[in-house]
Design a protein around this ligand. Structure first.
Ligand code: ADP
Ligand code: MG
Length: 479
């Protein structure tokens, strides 16, 4: 436990923008192509080749800025960040330093319990990605693949506003959900479309100043952000409690061993000799352009969440889960618009549907059941044609065929038995067959009723309405 220590975390997230072409060239951005087949003269850094800014990249960055209610710069500047590395043949990366496109903003982060934390966004700037060193293709040497060079990135920097590893993971998750929602990133963590650098320090509870921090580089999963930070927080506390000092450094997380280790120490700031790129003019954003981008903005997750709570009287944690991702929100809204009960639908989408998708490793963009089918199923639950266990059986049927709910109910004879005479005869025979349990119930062991209900459900093959059976039993046994 962290006891009397308080962790402080700020994250930097690299978001790969979902454009078709690169930030300064017309080469297509495509994952998994043969090495060096998606790199033209500009990406290869041929002398004299001039960069041309991709307008789509700009509108995506502005979309993000509008979504976090940030200041959007009227004029921003592209700088050269100079360093040498084999996968950077130009010798510099085009980035933004002093004048980023997106300034201060706020990101509401929804935690699992339904509460909200407002996390400050310091800035978000545009930059190009570097190429990749390939170490596993040749025995004696390292290969260079420049397909990734020039891929557009939006680097989002948060304030050191988080106070636990879980909060930092939630913030990364919220950013992931927001950029996917806005359609500016494909959100594919496994392919590196979002990478998180986590900065962390600890301080005695009550202290106003921050402690020395370390930075864990390039984490590409929510779970690993949380684990890496928890490890790092414990490590720093351990050092401080033994009278040591935390060294400012960059560390790497090894998921296999679940620990972080030092990559390089960082003496204050590296000298990248930033200066404005003379090949690119300062970028001025007109009011007309901003208005245009504003007009393309979708309803934001936080707005939708509030609307779900209001219109469908959902509790917050449920509304949070239903708005975490655009596809689930859309599926939910469509189903409810088709007349399904908002509560029952929420339970089903987050319960049965989620479990089935999980089992088949599918997402809400790929549900084998249509909103219409789900809405029909919800209606049959609401009108008591189906008990919840029969509904599950119908659901399985819908999952593996295109049949309508009513067809499946007819085919399988699944209609819930609620005819009183039929139920009564079932209940009577169960009473006759279980004199011992009936005796116990009459003697006051009301819990045993559950057993008798179970027997009726069994003989009816799950079709009896359990509530009616319960009522009937109580009536016939005079309790
Ligand atoms: P750098 O210049 O080294 O990149 P920044 O000031 O840009 O440093 O901060 C980088 C990230 O580190 C930001 O997300 C910020 O919130 C976070 N950060 C800064 N100071 C601390 C600290 N003492 N503890 C934890 N995180 C911090
Ligand atoms: Mg920084």
């Amino acid at each position: 436990m962290t006891g009397s220590w308080e962790p402080v975390v700020g994250i930097e997230v690299h978001v790969q923008l979902a454009t078709r072409s690169k930030i300064f060239s017309s080469t297509s951005v495509e994952f998994g192509a043969e090495p060096n087949t998606r790199a033209n003269l500009i990406d290869l850094a041929m002398p004299g080749a001039l960069p041309v800014l991709n307008e789509e990249v700009v509108s995506m960055a502005v979309k993000f800025g509008l979504a976090i209610d940030a200041e959007i710069a009227e004029t921003c500047v592209f700088d050269r960040k100079n360093y040498f590395y084999p996968d950077l043949p130009k010798g510099y990366q085009i980035s933004q330093f002093e004048s980023p496109i997106v300034g201060r903003g706020q990101l509401p982060v929804f935690l699992e319990d339904g509460s909200v934390r407002d996390i400050g966004i310091t800035r978000a700037h545009l930059e190009e990605d570097a190429g990749k060193s390939v170490h596993d293709r040749f025995a004696e040497s390292t290969g260079i693949d420049l397909n990734r060079a020039g891929t557009p990135l939006l680097e989002i920097v948060t304030e050191p506003d988080m106070r636990s590893a879980a909060e930092a993971a939630a913030c990364f998750k919220q950013l992931h959900s927001l950029v996917s929602w806005l359609g500016i990133c494909d959100g594919n963590l496994a392919e590196g479309s979002m990478r998180c650098d986590a900065n962390v320090s600890v301080r005695p509870v009550g202290d106003k100043t921050f402690g020395e921090r370390t930075e864990i580089k390039n984490i590409n999963s929510f779970r690993f952000v949380e684990r890496a930070l928890n490890y790092e927080i414990e490590r720093q506390i351990d050092i401080l409690e033994h009278g040591g000092e935390v060294v400012r450094e960059t560390r790497q997380y090894d998921a296999g061993r679940d620990m972080t280790f030092s990559m390089r120490s960082k003496e204050l700031s590296d000298d990248y000799r930033y200066f404005p790129d003379p090949d690119l003019l300062p970028l001025r954003l007109s009011t007309a352009f901003l208005d245009y981008v504003r007009s393309t903005m979708p309803e934001l997750p936080q707005q939708k969440l509030e609307r779900f709570v209001e219109d469908f009287t959902l509790v917050r944690p449920v509304a949070v889960r239903l708005t975490r991702d655009h596809d689930i929100a859309k599926f939910y809204e469509t189903t409810v618009a088709l007349g399904a009960d908002p509560q029952i639908t929420a339970n089903w989408l987050l319960g049965e549907v989620a479990a089935a998708l999980n089992r088949e490793e599918k997402g809400y963009d790929d549900v084998p059941v249509s909103p219409q089918q789900l809405a029909d199923l919800m209606k049959r639950i609401e009108d008591k044609t189906l008990s919840s266990s029969l509904a599950k059986e119908v659901f399985e049927g819908m999952w593996s065929s295109d049949k309508s709910v009513d067809e499946i109910i007819e085919d399988r004879g699944l209609r819930q038995l609620s005819d009183v005479d039929e139920l009564r005869s079932l209940v009577e025979s169960v009473i006759n067959e279980h004199p011992e349990q009936v005796e116990q119930v009459r003697g006051g062991a009301t819990k045993v009723i559950g057993y008798l209900v179970g027997q009726v459900m069994k003989t009816s093959q799950g079709k009896a309405d359990p509530k009616k059976v319960n009522d009937l039993l109580r009536r016939l046994l005079n309790i």
